[in-house]
Design a protein around this ligand. Sequence first.
Ligand code: NG1
Ligand code: MG
Length: 527
Amino acid sequence: MTIEDPIVPTFESLSFSSNPQLLESRIKKLIEKFTINFKDEPEFISRSPGRVNLIGDHIDYNFFPVLPMAIDVDVIGVGKSYPDSLEVQLINTDEAFTPQTFVLPADGSVIEIDSENESFSWASYFKCGLIVAHKYILENHAHLLDSGKKPLNGLKVAFDGTVPTGGGLSSSAAFCVASTLAILKANNVPQISKKDLTRITVVCEHYVGVNTGGMDQCASIYGEASKALLVKFKPNLIGVPFKFPSISDSEELAFLITNSLQKSNKHETAPIHYNLRVVEMGIGADLLAHKFGLTLPKDSNIKSGSLRGFLDSYYTDVLHEKPWDGNDVDVGVARLEQVLKLIEKPEIFTAEEKVGFSVDHASQVLGITSQQFTETYLTKVPVRFEVLKLYQRVKHVYAESLKVLQSLRELEKANANNEGEKFLTAFGKIMNESQTSLDELNNSSNEKLNEICAIALANGSYGSRITGAGWGGSIVHLTTTKKLPGLIEALTEKYYKAEFPGITEEELKEAIVDSKPATGSCYIKID
Ligand code: NG1
Ligand code: MG
């Protein structure tokens, strides 16, 4: 194991967890469930946690750095390999996820998901894991499959998850990564590095039609206790753990996560929400490039240019400066500030264009026919819209990326001068500005989410913002250990009890997550 390329660890004890008793009892129950259902003993346990993104949303798929942390809630899978079978059987402690059985292709080919026609279920996410794990094995451990002639081993897995689904804490990434780890283990892959696991799982959800960025998988995999992560995408996707400054002897910085209890099902709403953002930002990048006669590498999820790609090309090809290495924060800040000024120029976006683009107008600006435009941008990923808000999305991405770098600067300053207090105020302010941008430019907030932020800010939060995709899901609040109880109390009374009069204590406990940075993906030995 090297520092640059750590291996996904296997733990013999549960002391890595902040609540080992709870984890132990969950594992015990899960093993029991496996044994009763499958009349057999499981051989391995895989685990991957949820994450909260502290700052930098809707920029990961534009390849700008983000600041998430892995949290305690997680998905665990206990499983066993059946080398003589082609059957995959999945069960879940959550009854909403009904048992699933399907068969692996006998000819050794990689399983396919027909996301248009196949009935969509939680097993579809497991199949995403099968696809990426299978490809990885073929590329790196082909001998395990007789050079690809042999199918994957059948397997049975029982899952238990504590990451709220549709809550913006990345239950899907946690599930995909825990599944991928189980599949690798069931096929005797001796070990995998965090870097490789991240690289292969980043595209998992693309197979079910959601064009995710790479933050969630990376955060889930690289998480470390008491550390947040800087996730970088270029030149390579990597998570760099870092510590927050301490505030005083009696007070620590704390993050509270509150689920709005407005479920956002990304799979269903992707055409008008998440995927539409991916598309708008991709078109925005190509449009900017066109203005400067640049051709961008088609590196975005929709095979257009990306906004990071435009920024980089603008500096290297138009201004003839060195490419940004992604490390020098000052260079990044200066460039993002400048590009934010650039997009305000009327020759880049006219006043009318700032309202929105029709397909006809966008095609005209890009110098292509509407048909070409539709083929290039609007068919691979289905989307629905009235106008394309290219200016707003571009501005959000550059401004939000700038906020991430500004946060890093504040962090450096605070750590160097031991100024935890100042950091709280400064970072809180940046988080609030990010929420405004998500609301006004990215349109991924709504009234209720804004209301949660307002209640929190009046009751002990320094900064409150949506975390993850938005349109529901969770809000993350920056506070201190001292202010935490008052903040929870206020949100309970003024949001949860007011909004959901019959809400139970149990539901409240699930909705309000006081979560510390947690250990990332791992295997756990069964004793
Ligand atoms: P959530 O909504 O938490 O799953 C999604 C994407 C991220 C990122 C954020 C917005 C998935 C699995 N993840 O997060 O990659 O783009 O939205 O910052 O869709
Ligand atoms: Mg998700």
